[in-house]
Structure formats: C-alpha cells, structure tokens
Design a protein around this ligand. Structure first.
Ligand code: B12
Ligand code: SF4
Ligand code: SF4
Length: 323
C-alpha cells in the first residue's frame, strides 16, 4: 500500500498563517531547512575559528546548527514567524534614562510567552495533519533562525546582522516550526532583497566598533558584554556603553527602517511584552538582591545579580564623571 505524500495544502497553510496572526505573529514564511552555501561556509568558519567569544554553548550540536534539518527526523520544511515586541510607551522613558535596558527585555521572558503560542499553533496544525512531526524553536535551540527567516522572506539580513522587514523594521523575535511536510510547489516564500544599499548608519554609530558590514565582532558588542560574557564589562568598553546595562539597541535605533513614519509609532500587540513596573524601578535604581530574586520570568535573569550590580554601578560612575 502506498503512503499518501506529506505535502502541505496551500489553503491549509493560509489557515495556519491566519491563526498565527490571531496569536499575534505578524510575519510568516515557509522555507526548506537547508543553508545556502555561502551562509553554511561562513557559519562553519565562525564555529571553527571560535568567533563566539565566551558563548561556548555556540559550538554544541554543530551538526544541527549547520544542517538545521537535523533538528527533526525527516524534516522537510520550516515555518518561520516574527513577533513584534517594541512597547511604544518605553520610547520616552529610554530616551531620558542614564540606565538603559534593551527593548526586548522589558516585559515577560519571550521564551516562555512565545513557547505557549507555538504550542497552540502546533495543536492547530495537528487538527489538519494528525500524522505530522513537529518541533518548534524560539531562540535557544541550536538553529540559525536569522538565516531561515531570510530564506522564508521575513526580511533581509542588514549590515547590523539583524533581520529587517521593510514594513515593520527589526524589533521582532524569530521563532521556527520544523515539520516533516513538504512545501506545496505553488507556495514559494520570496527572499527580500537587501535594502541597506549605501547606508552605514549602524556601523558608524556602534560605540564599540563591533560592526563590519554584515558581520558582528562578538567580543566588542555591548549586548554580548552585558548579557553573555559572564564577567563585568571590561574598563575599555565601560565608557562606551552609553548607559546600556542589559543588551544594546543602538544599531537598531539608528536604522532608518525603524524610524520611518509608519513604523516609529508601532507598538507590540502582546501585553506580556509591555514595560513591567519592576523593570521601571530597576532603571531608576539599582535593585537590592531581594528585589532581583523576586523578579521572575524576565530575560534579565540570564545575568547573575553580582555582575548586573557591578556593571550598573560602573556605568553610573562613568556617566557621573562625564557630567
Ligand atoms: C548568538 C546570538 C547573539 C550574540 C551574537 C549576535 C549575532 N549577530 O550573531 C549576541 C549576544 C551578541 C546577540 C545580540 C543580539 N541579539 Co541575538 N541571538 C543569537 C542567536 C542565539 C544565534 C545567532 C547566530 O547564529 N550568530 C552567529 C553569527 C555567525 O551569525 P550571523 O550574524 O547571523 O552571521 C551570518 C551572516 O553574517 C551571514 N554571512 C554569510 N556570508 C557572509 C560572508 C561575510 C564575509 C560576512 C561578513 C557575513 C556572511 O551568514 C552568517 C552565518 O550564519 C540567535 C537565535 C538563534 N537561535 O538563531 C539570537 C538572535 C539573532 N538575537 C536576536 C536579538 C533580538 C539580539 C539583539 C538585538 C538583542 C539586544 N537588543 O541586545 C542583539 C543584536 C546585536 C547585533 N547587532 O547582532 C534575535 C534577532 C531578531 C531579528 N529581527 O533579527 C534572535 C534571532 C533571537 C530571536 N529568536 O528572536 N545575539
Ligand atoms: S548591539 Fe550595540 S554594541 Fe552591539 S553591534 Fe549593535 S550598536 Fe554595536
Ligand atoms: S542602519 Fe542602514 S546599513 Fe545598518 S542595517 Fe539599517 S539600513 Fe542597513
């Protein structure tokens, strides 16, 4: 007996897209989970040459990172989703603060928020395809989400290395749903061409000179230095950190695609990503250990209190002497 072929139906894909929009995902695309040669070679070199600084976890599972189809047996397609996170109400606050927390981290932990939504979407897909194998990822799985988003037509990879969508800019999270269903031949996500052209604003404004076009020098990036390095910000970078104590948004703030008229007022649809009172307090005053311990379900908790505290104090010291 021959088995029916596992191929998505175009109308059902449209239903899946519709439901993803109901859940709040604004960007949707589908592609094959295979890297293009240039990207594969670059990523391979990046791993081999240990360009990931102290993020030693980056070299785990290279057979998946370089061949994302290996994340699920017989994986044939990956649905890539974008979720807009910027809370417009934070814009005035962040502009006038000495201590800055990246826009993506002011709400509840996006891993938890989006994992729940992805589970709902998986359930929805299984209504139509009971025999489907699915695996969802949000950030922490060893798959190159930006490259897959680029192939799925969510945006182009800018010179600041983020995925930028011409309509909504770059303040969105990426998630992936890998499946063992093929993409129908009449459904093709078209790749968006590079819109950066002659612009170099992100490169010129990066305070630590961490950017070369389309390439990030990890150990110079404030985002890395404040979240992933696991040591206090070294002196040489402190004076350049511009108040960023957790993450850094400078190369996105200056990007014209986040400043265009229709985008500059855009705000998240997800209440879980709005500025939390606890974060507001932290921006105004260094939290006591107890306050930090009580802060639950926050991206900030990736950093140890002792490191956060030292960075916070050092940044203020520098800013203070500057005045
Ligand atoms: C490791 C990591 C980091 C590291 C390294 C960042 C980086 N640029 O790679 C650090 C801690 C610094 C970081 C910071 C940030 N991150 Co981060 N990060 C990741 C993670 C886990 C892996 C990314 C990765 O594979 N990097 C490795 C390098 C090699 O990849 P790459 O920059 O994409 O480089 C490719 C291209 O340059 C290209 N290329 C191909 N050919 C060639 C040839 C040449 C010559 C060159 C130069 C390049 C090139 O291919 C390369 C290889 O893949 C992803 C989640 C995931 N699972 O994918 C989130 C992710 C990329 N991060 C995200 C975010 C939001 C951020 C921050 C904005 C957070 C913040 N505000 O502080 C910053 C942005 C800093 C920046 N300018 O990139 C989002 C991006 C969403 C989007 N719209 O693009 C992701 C997708 C998380 C998510 N699920 O939403 N991050
Ligand atoms: S996140 Fe900040 S430090 Fe890192 S590349 Fe962008 S502007 Fe530079
Ligand atoms: S600031 Fe300019 S060069 Fe940088 S990502 Fe945006 S459009 Fe591209």
């Amino acid at each position: 007996m021959s088995h029916p072929q596992k191929i998505f139906d175009k109308d059902i894909l449209l239903k899946i897209q519709g439901y993803s929009q109901e859940l709040g995902f604004e960007l949707f695309g589908i592609t094959r989970p295979l890297l293009q040669k240039e990207d594969y070679d670059y990523l391979k070199r990046f791993i081999e040459e240990k360009k990931y600084a102290n993020m030693h976890w980056f070299s785990n599972y290279p057979e998946i990172r370089l061949n994302p189809q290996n994340i699920l047996p017989n994986s044939k397609s990956v649905i890539v989703l974008g979720f807009y996170y910027r809370d417009i109400q934070y814009e005035d606050i962040i502009r006038n603060q000495k201590i800055k927390i990246s826009r993506y981290a002011i709400g509840k932990d996006y891993h938890n928020v989006l994992k729940k939504k992805l589970k709902q979407l998986e359930k929805f897909i299984k209504i139509y395809y009971k025999d489907i194998y699915i695996r969802s990822t949000i950030d922490s799985a060893p798959v190159p989400e930006k490259l897959l988003a680029k192939y799925a037509g969510l945006g182009w990879q800018g010179k600041n290395t983020n995925i930028i969508n011409p309509e909504i800019g770059s303040y969105f999270f990426l998630s992936c749903i890998f499946t063992d269903y093929e993409i129908p031949s009449d459904w093709e996500s078209k790749q968006i061409t590079d819109h950066c052209k002659g612009c170099r604003l992100c490169i010129e404004h990066c305070p630590t000179k961490a950017l070369e076009p389309y390439k990030l020098i990890v150990e110079r990036c404030i985002s890395y230095l404040t979240i992933e390095s696991k040591i206090p910000i070294p002196e040489e970078y402190l004076e350049k950190s511009n108040g960023w104590v957790f993450g850094c948004d400078i190369c996105q703030e200056v990007c014209p695609f986040n400043r265009r008229k229709n985008v500059s007022k855009k705000t998240t649809k997800e209440s879980n990503f709005l500025l939390r009172e606890e974060i507001k307090n932290i921006i105004h005053q260094l939290p006591e250990k107890e306050e930090w311990e009580n802060l639950k379900n926050s991206p900030l908790k990736r950093v140890k209190y002792e490191i956060f505290k030292e960075n916070y104090k050092n940044i203020l010291k520098y800013e203070y002497t500057q005045c």
